[in-house]
Write a protein that binds this ligand. Structure first.
Ligand code: HEM
Ligand SMILES: *[C@@H]1O[C@H](CO)[C@@H](O)[C@H](O)[C@H]1NC(C)=O
Ligand SMILES: *[C@@H]1O[C@H](CO)[C@@H](O)[C@H](O)[C@H]1NC(C)=O
Ligand SMILES: *[C@@H]1O[C@H](CO)[C@@H](O)[C@H](O)[C@H]1NC(C)=O
Ligand SMILES: *[C@@H]1O[C@H](CO)[C@@H](O)[C@H](O)[C@H]1NC(C)=O
Ligand SMILES: *[C@@H]1O[C@H](CO)[C@@H](O)[C@H](O)[C@H]1NC(C)=O
Ligand SMILES: *[C@@H]1O[C@H](CO)[C@@H](O)[C@H](O)[C@H]1NC(C)=O
Ligand SMILES: *[C@@H]1O[C@H](CO)[C@@H](O)[C@H](O)[C@H]1NC(C)=O
Length: 531
């Protein structure tokens, strides 16, 4: 999925609009997609969602007693629990991905290897950190397995080394737990809530906690896990009802060795009053957990500034531009939020060019996606109705300044702002390859009269800790620009790495713009006459 957007104007968007932001915004567009495009067409988190659906899935079908969904929730908590509210260190920052942190006694079990081995899964990119992905994965697990909707903010920053230890353990006493949760930023009552909310999922493994859980010999738990409640892969208040009624099998409540009955000490620490309210009201339990889970996910080091709570854009295009001779190929789709398939709906796109002209095309339905356990649906429409796989051909001289959409008779133009398109620079279809020696000539088309201060490639790579980095490689202006008929001239750079992913960026009048289309040299055609 592609978009072109202005990075430099991000800050002002919050002032204009508190509920949804104004498109385009590179980081928010990517976070919004990761948050809301969960299953179906163009779903960013589809691969991850497939690991937590069905909710009782654990690694392979046939394993019983444990669930991937629970692993994700525990991962988010253990990553966060190193937070020190007093000095602002630690928090949800993906430090749990470091083997040195996973090996600590407080992180016993194999849950973190399981989750961290798949965390990048289509979610992590230049705008969505590993830490954002962990938060999203926990949120997806909760929402898709019966839990409440959780407000999501993005912008977490990945730690570069393990945090100080600080995750509570079952054998510690109540005062230690109260102190530990206070350090993390939670009151004693919130501690009861967060433990009950988390332990609505999963259980304790015999393999890693043999002193707490004996060998179960339970055909219903091939993985030998004593679950916290009878619905360990679904969010509900059974963790509280079973505790209050005395029927609980929670191994941290009924364990023979009282030292490790931490849930019992925590749940009864206020005379059971909080657990009573949870048991009496599934709704109160759900809303309390939505708040506490959101607080847990938003607990980050104090130097990290999270975004506003993301809400879905009602109309959201994704756009890619390519200069091809005298035409601009405009390709992409538009997503209409909270809409299902409707063959009677007409969706038209209008593009406003530099000369005051307005073109239009009827778009074609391509599919639907869903979100939040099927609570929301979205319908997608492609720009070229006759061939959704293909682009619209626009006159390059006239260019394209902005888009608007007409859904049935309703104009969608972000309250008059339009959907701004940056056609000052774009990938040029003249880019090509020479095989011996392997060289790719990457051509960027720059619109005459635009005069960017810089044009550069953004080399996108992940380091060996899965953190995504972007390196800018400046392209020199052509010594003798060729002003072709198209109204664009080409800036070129020779590159030799066939597998590096490149996007294009430019600085125009002090504002940095970036495309999200990604290019690989090996996808270029051979240069004419080249061997
Ligand atoms: C005093 C605080 C806590 C203690 C002592 C504690 C202890 C434990 C222990 C011993 C396990 C078993 C892990 C395994 O067998 O792999 C576990 C599992 C789990 N914990 Fe906690 N926990 C605490 C708080 C929390 C909180 C606050 C959350 C989340 C909000 C949470 C979420 C989970 C989940 C989801 C599992 C199940 C993991 C799975 O089945 O794979 N825990 N906890
Ligand atoms: C296994 O689960 C089934 C269905 O939930 C239940 O009827 C049965 O009693 C369980 N077996 C054991 C050993 O707990
Ligand atoms: C109970 O658990 C604690 C902490 O793991 C341990 O030190 C103690 O020996 C255990 N007691 C018994 C009787 O097993
Ligand atoms: C809290 O509830 C548990 C489970 O029903 C019970 O065993 C315990 O005695 C109660 N504690 C208090 C202080 O009421
Ligand atoms: C979805 O759209 C329907 C009408 O089309 C509206 O009643 C409903 O409130 C919308 N839901 C959300 C969550 O936007
Ligand atoms: C759409 O474009 C066609 C030309 O391609 C033009 O004749 C028509 O008036 C336009 N319709 C609208 C609603 O702008
Ligand atoms: C849509 O794509 C086809 C190529 O399959 C192309 O021939 C056609 O011109 C495109 N439509 C427009 C309006 O550009
Ligand atoms: C790229 O390499 C070709 C062939 O060696 C050379 O002619 C051309 O000047 C180079 N272009 C740039 C921008 O360095």
């Amino acid at each position: 999925m592609y978009s072109i957007w202005a990075i430099g104007t991000l800050v002002s968007f919050h002032a204009i609009c508190t509920t949804a932001y104004t498109w385009p915004s590179p980081k928010l567009d990517a976070l919004e997609a990761a948050r809301f495009d969960q299953l179906g067409d163009n779903a960013v988190s589809a691969e991850l969602t497939s690991f937590i659906q069905p909710c009782d899935l654990f690694l392979l079908p046939g394993n019983t007693g444990r669930s991937n969904a629970a692993d994700w929730i525990r991962t988010a908590y253990h990553d966060m629990a190193t937070h020190n509210a007093a000095d602002g260190t630690g928090g949800l920052d993906a430090s749990i991905r470091f083997p040195d942190e996973q090996r600590r006694p407080e992180n016993a079990g194999d849950g973190f290897q399981n989750t961290m081995s798949i965390v990048p899964l289509g979610l992590t990119n230049r705008y969505v950190s590993v830490a954002d992905s962990i938060a999203l994965a926990a949120l997806l697990a909760i929402e898709n397995c019966g839990g409440p909707e959780i407000p999501f903010r993005g912008g977490r920053i990945d730690a570069t080394k393990p945090n100080l230890p600080g995750v509570p353990q079952p054998q510690q006493d109540l005062n230690s737990h109260i102190a530990s949760f206070a350090r993390q930023g939670f009151t004693p009552t919130e501690m009861i809530g967060l433990v009950a909310c988390g332990h609505s999922f999963g259980g304790v493994q015999h393999d890693f906690f043999p002193d707490i859980v004996g060998n179960l010999h339970d055909p219903n738990s091939t993985l030998n896990v004593a679950d916290f409640d009878s619905t360990f892969f679904q969010f509900d208040n059974k963790i509280a009802t079973e505790y209050i009624s005395g029927t609980t099998k929670n191994p941290l409540v009924i364990g023979k060795n009282h030292t490790t009955n931490s849930d019992k000490r925590i749940f009864s620490s206020d005379g059971n009053s909080t657990m009573h309210t949870f048991a009496n009201s599934p709704g109160l339990f759900a809303s309390t957990c939505a708040d506490l889970f959101a607080r847990m996910l938003d607990t980050v080091p104090s130097n990290v500034q999270l975004t506003e709570v993301l809400s879905p854009l009602p109309v959201k295009p994704s756009v890619q531009l390519i200069l091809d001779g005298d035409i601009i190929q405009l390709s992409g789709q538009v997503r209409l939020w909270n809409m299902t398939e409707d063959p009677t709906r007409t969706v038209r796109m209008r593009w406003h060019d530099h000369h005051g002209g307005i073109g239009n095309a009827t778009l074609s339905f391509t599919g639907t996606s869903s979100s939040t356990g099927g609570k929301y649906a979205a319908a997608w429409y492609a720009f070229n109705a006759s061939d959704p796989e293909n682009s619209l051909s626009l006159d390059a001289h006239s260019g394209v300044k902005s888009l608007s959409f007409v859904v049935n008779d309703q104009l969608e133009d972000q309250d008059g702002l339009g959907f701004a398109i940056q056609d000052g620079f774009m990938f040029s279809a003249t880019s090509c390859l020479v095989m011996h020696p392997f060289t790719g000539r990457f051509d960027v088309a720059v619109r005459n009269g635009v005069n960017p201060t810089r044009v550069y490639l953004e080399e996108i790579s992940a380091d060996d800790t899965q953190k995504v980095t972007v390196t800018e490689i400046d392209i020199s202006p052509p010594t003798s620009p060729v002003f072709g008929h198209s109204g664009y001239s080409l800036w070129s750079i020779n590159l030799t790495n066939p597998t590096t992913v490149y996007s294009i960026g430019a600085e125009i009048e002090g504002v940095k713009y970036s495309t999200t289309d990604e290019h690989l040299l090996i996808e270029f055609p051979l240069c004419s006459g080249a061997l």
